[in-house]
Design a protein around this ligand. Structure first.
Ligand code: ADP
Ligand code: MG
Length: 408
């Protein structure tokens, strides 16, 4: 992709925007961009420099992202709304063309990294609570004040403010201002890949034992959780504040530009059914993310199978956990007829094995009854099939679960 129209090749020490920024080390990359740690000389601070591919469609996408990020920054002068701040943007000409560049505040590891670091085991509920609060503050700001839908909320797109392991801090571990190792690789959980690549990778790497009667018995699920060969790592003292990033796919409520949004496992039922969406689709992804943090495993990891598609498996998994979808909803989307009969039953997956969220938390993830009940009480309303019935981020922030301190 380092050719005309593609990525801009960066070397450590390269300077940008008339010498204001000096490239230090690569932080990550996405389908449209590479992201570098850079030193901002006039302000004596480290920043994340996102350099977009140069072809017109990428430039257009970057312009959209800059527009969204500018609105976000404008409404948050005190930087307290838990969303990444745009500091600057400019054009940079290179051998592959002209690249739009965004300068963002430099953040730490993603929640995906945190989940992996924690070896997909349960995260302390007090930490989950802290993270949920930050994400909800970010969503409340986006939804209520700006009328923006993120459309791709997931652990990868939520970054901690400080690194998980301070010895791996790309700033502190190097000899600033110019660090060695030009191709330092991804420090933040790596590439944001194309949707297809992502799907394949996620499916291969993170598919877990599930509750579906079609593949695993309940007992099977419990057993698989029990065998965690590596010891837990300490996350003591880590400040669990975080910010929402990656507004490449964000849209305004009144201008949705794509029918299919969200990464598969975090996709809301109305999106699968092509029944339209609004900010409540982000709330669904939020609940999936919160569950994954608390348990270490994805809430829904659908797979296609003999005689049914990934979408149908996804809908079946949702109904096994949340009960039958209301007929009005099941039949309300452009794709409803492909999947549901007129009684609101799935056409190709007949036998569902129902299991409630609090039972799942107790029986598979070994939560105490009290923890399970309280956490399920927080999550369950957000996972309402009917988008208009889901609580808003503002309402969630008032939930007792977020405002108590669980004893460890
Ligand atoms: P794309 O839109 O091309 O997918 P992202 O905005 O998702 O790009 O950024 C790609 C990667 O760069 C992220 O997954 C993360 O690892 C890293 N990254 C992005 N923004 C920041 C930031 N502000 N601070 C630190 N790392 C970042
Ligand atoms: Mg991305």
């Amino acid at each position: 992709s380092y050719r005309k129209g593609g990525y801009h090749a960066v070397r450590v020490g390269d300077s940008f925007n008339d010498g204001r920024y000096t490239a230090q080390r690569k932080l990550g990359w996405g389908q449209f961009s590479t992201v570098w740690l850079a030193y901002d000389k006039p302000n004596s601070q480290y920043v994340a420099l996102k350099i977009q591919k140069s072809a017109p469609q990428f430039a257009q996408a970057a312009m959209h992202e800059i527009e969204v990020l500018s609105a976000i920054a404008k409404g948050d002068p005190t930087h307290s709304k838990c969303v990444a701040q745009l500091i600057d943007h400019f054009k940079h000409s290179g051998p592959n063309g002209q690249h739009l560049c965004m300068v963002l505040e430099f953040l730490g590891d993603s929640l995906l990294r945190l989940i992996r670091y924690n070896r997909h085991s349960r995260l302390d509920l007090n930490k989950v609570r802290e993270i949920c609060k930050c994400v909800l503050i970010g969503l409340d700001y986006l939804h209520r004040e700006l009328k923006i839908i993120h459309t791709d909320l997931k652990p990868e797109n939520i970054l901690l403010i400080s690194p998980i392991d301070p010895s791996k801090d790309p700033v502190k571990s190097g000899k600033s201002p110019i660090l060695e190792r030009p191709e330092g690789g991804s420090l933040n959980g790596g590439a944001t890949m194309t949707i297809i690549e992502k799907k394949l990778k996620n499916r291969a790497k993170r598919a877990v034992a599930r509750i579906s009667s079609r593949r695993a018995s309940m007992g099977g699920g419990v057993e698989i959780l029990g065998q965690n060969p590596k010891p837990k790592r300490s996350l003591e003292g880590i400040d669990m504040r975080c910010k929402v990033v990656d507004f490449g796919n964000a849209c305004w409520v009144d201008k949705p530009f794509m029918e299919e949004i969200q990464t598969r496992q975090y996709r809301a039922p109305e999106v699968i059914l092509h029944a339209g969406y609004n900010t409540s689709a982000d709330m669904w992804s939020f609940a999936c993310t919160a569950f994954e943090l608390a348990t270490g495993e994805m809430l829904f990891a659908p797979k296609d199978g003999d005689g049914f598609s990934e979408d149908e498996d996804h809908l079946a998994l949702m109904m096994e956990l949340l009960g039958k979808m209301p007929k009005k909803m099941a039949n309300g989307g452009a794709k409803s007829r492909d999947y549901f009969d007129r009684y609101g039953d799935l056409k190709r997956i007949k036998r569902l094995k129902y299991w409630s969220l609090d039972r799942l938390l107790v029986e598979k993830f070994e939560f105490s009854e009290k923890d399970a009940q309280e956490f399920a009480d927080f999550l369950r309303p957000i996972l309402d099939f009917a988008p208009e019935k889901r609580p808003t981020a503002q309402q969630c922030l008032k939930h007792p679960w977020l405002n108590q301190n669980l004893t460890p």
